[in-house]
Write a protein of this length. Structure first.
Length: 239
């Protein structure tokens, strides 16, 4: 995919999870942050087609945004917040440890923008695919990764699991740890749920992250084996 996934120097990587570690609280914190992260920058480019303003037009069904343009959006998003779940997936696609339909650039961009729709880099996805009545086939073929675990849900789930007992990954991602150390919450959660898949945090509902549902999809399993089949053991070990 040819993307650089390094963090932006303007990104507050020491941003903590709010008390209680809830996804709702996390997003609230995001909304109150400097506009430089959420609103600054140039945003998605190459949006001159009338399909961006009226994606419900039948003539737009076959419209496609180029892979290069989607990749620029992904790079913009992952430079700002490299710890996002979608950035983990994009990195695996880029490195070759993942391959399949959900490695398509439009799918990865949609996964990121479903998670963090207000970020710069999501303008194209929002205009084409989040609009009511869109007919753009690229938005749903293949579409975002089904059931992808949201970034703040992953962090919250890890914090809850680590409150029971220490597991590999807890020293980096437990409550009070920031994105400076919890740089890949999706993979940490994936390993925990691989080892303890019956824990409520791995399931759905109000206390779950949906990891089990994500990894029950055959296409997701086939595309991302390092998430669903054999997640790597986190480097941060328990004492």
């Amino acid at each position: 995919m040819g993307m650089h996934m390094g963090g932006s120097p303007d990104m507050p990587m020491d941003m903590p999870m709010p008390a209680g570690g809830s996804e709702a609280g996390g997003m609230g914190d995001m909304a109150g942050m400097d506009d430089g992260m959420m609103m600054g920058g140039a945003g998605s480019g190459n949006m001159t087609s009338p399909c961006y303003s009226d994606p419900s037009n039948p003539d737009c069904a076959a419209f496609t945004r180029s892979d290069e343009d989607w990749q620029m959006d992904i790079e913009m998003l992952c430079e700002a917040m490299p710890f996002m779940s979608g950035c983990t997936l994009a990195e695996q696609c880029m490195s070759g440890t993942a391959s399949g339909e959900y490695c398509e650039a439009s799918s990865l961009a949609g996964t990121l923008c479903n998670d963090m729709p207000k970020m710069k880099g999501c303008e194209a996805w929002t205009a084409l695919c989040a609009a009511n009545g869109t007919v753009v086939e690229q938005c749903s073929s293949p579409g975002p990764v089904p059931g992808a675990v949201a970034t703040f849900a992953a962090k919250s789930g890890i914090e809850s699991l680590c409150s029971y007992h220490c597991m590999d990954g807890c020293p980096a991602c437990e409550q009070g740890k920031t994105w400076n150390t919890c740089t890949d919450p999706l993979l940490v959660l994936a390993r925990m749920c691989y080892e303890m898949g019956d824990m409520p945090e791995c399931l759905g509902g109000s206390t779950g992250t949906g990891m089990a549902a994500m990894c029950s999809n055959a296409g997701v399993i086939a595309t991302f084996p390092l998430v669903c089949t054999n997640p790597p053991v986190p480097a941060a070990k328990c004492p």
